[in-house]
Design a protein around this ligand. Structure first.
Ligand code: C2E
Ligand code: CA
Ligand code: CA
Ligand code: CA
Length: 278
């Protein structure tokens, strides 16, 4: 610690400088990384709870940093959002997920949708629909095999969201609500927007067997979703007990380490090959 370290203000401003510097560095590095193709997508399978079949894959971004190794999205997506780099990065994610899914389908592997996470910034871009339709055209992926995951906070402007989402679903895409139950919650958007699936956040799933409140919440979400003709995916499923609970409450799908962790594209490919050869 420096001698005048007790000077709170000085220390504070030095910390701020440090934080600002780090931000600049990471933003600069991300630009370079995008050009150098250091970003990759991992794929986490989603399983039908009744049949055990793989029914979808969620694309999750990773940064393969040449010196620092694998960096997880929590450590760079916020900076990408702040700097505006999320626009080209998010577009790359959609295109790469579509390209990969189409390549797997062309090989004769399972035809299943790939889900992509949309950031708030992307969702509020004016030309999102035309960008996505351009990507689908370019990659040749049928729109029914692309699902967009949005969060509840993105639906706050229901009027706007409903126009965009309607355009996207008319194109054939599916929409799901990510981290359901953790965000701004209102039942209004659920009856207004064309939402196909709710993904129950893993904070509710984790203690499903020990905590009666979590169990009640999860059971209520499942039954409400079904009455609204929506499918339900449980996130962060790690144990057999959780699977039993979810199955007995007629949850449709699960995603989590119990089924499989997120896989590199090579490992995901190998898993899909197994399903064909069985
Ligand atoms: P998310 O969309 O809720 O994704 C699920 C996260 O939970 C992933 O973390 C996944 O690796 C992790 N996970 C899956 N199964 C389990 C489990 O059984 N237990 C536990 N404890 N965790 C599990 P990841 O890959 O680090 O991603 C974190 C978040 O970063 C994502 O949360 C999503 O909000 C965001 N993200 C990831 N990829 C993208 C992207 O391409 N674009 C944008 N905008 N955001 C992304
Ligand atoms: Ca997600
Ligand atoms: Ca989630
Ligand atoms: Ca999350």
């Amino acid at each position: 610690m420096k001698e005048n370290g007790k000077n709170g203000y000085l220390q504070h401003s030095e910390d701020m400088d440090h934080v600002a510097m780090e931000k600049l560095t990471i933003q600069h590095e991300m630009r370079r990384a995008l050009e150098n193709k250091e970003f990759v997508l991992y794929y986490q399978p989603q399983y039908d709870l009744a049949s055990g079949q793989i029914v979808g894959m969620e694309a999750l971004i990773r940064w393969m940093h040449p010196e620092r190794g694998m960096i997880f999205p929590g450590d760079f997506i916020p900076a990408a959002e702040e700097s505006g780099l999320i626009a080209p990065l998010g577009e790359w994610v959609i295109e790469e997920a579509c390209r990969q899914n189409k390549a797997w389908q062309d090989e004769g592997l399972l035809r299943i949708p790939v889900s992509v996470n949309l950031s708030f910034r992307q969702f509020t871009e004016k030309n999102l629909t035309s960008k996505i339709s351009g990507i689908l055209e370019k990659t040749g992926l049928h729109p029914r095999y692309l699902e967009l995951e949005i969060t509840e906070s993105m639906t706050m402007d229901v009027e706007r969201a409903s126009q965009d989402l309607r355009e996207l679903t008319e194109m054939g895409l599916h929409i799901s609500i990510d981290d359901f139950g953790t965000g701004y919650s209102s039942f209004h958007y659920l009856k207004t927007l064309p939402i196909g699936r709710l993904k129950i956040d893993r904070s509710f799933v984790r203690d499903i067997k020990q905590d009666p409140s979590d169990a009640a919440i999860v059971a209520a979400i499942i039954s409400m979703a079904h009455k609204l003709q929506m499918q339900v995916v449980a996130e962060g499923v790690e144990t057999k007990d959780q699977v039993h609970f979810l199955r007995s409450h007629r949850c449709d799908e699960m995603q989590g380490y119990f089924g499989s962790p997120p896989l590199s594209s090579n490992s995901a490919h190998a898993l899909l090959m197994e399903k064909v050869n069985r």
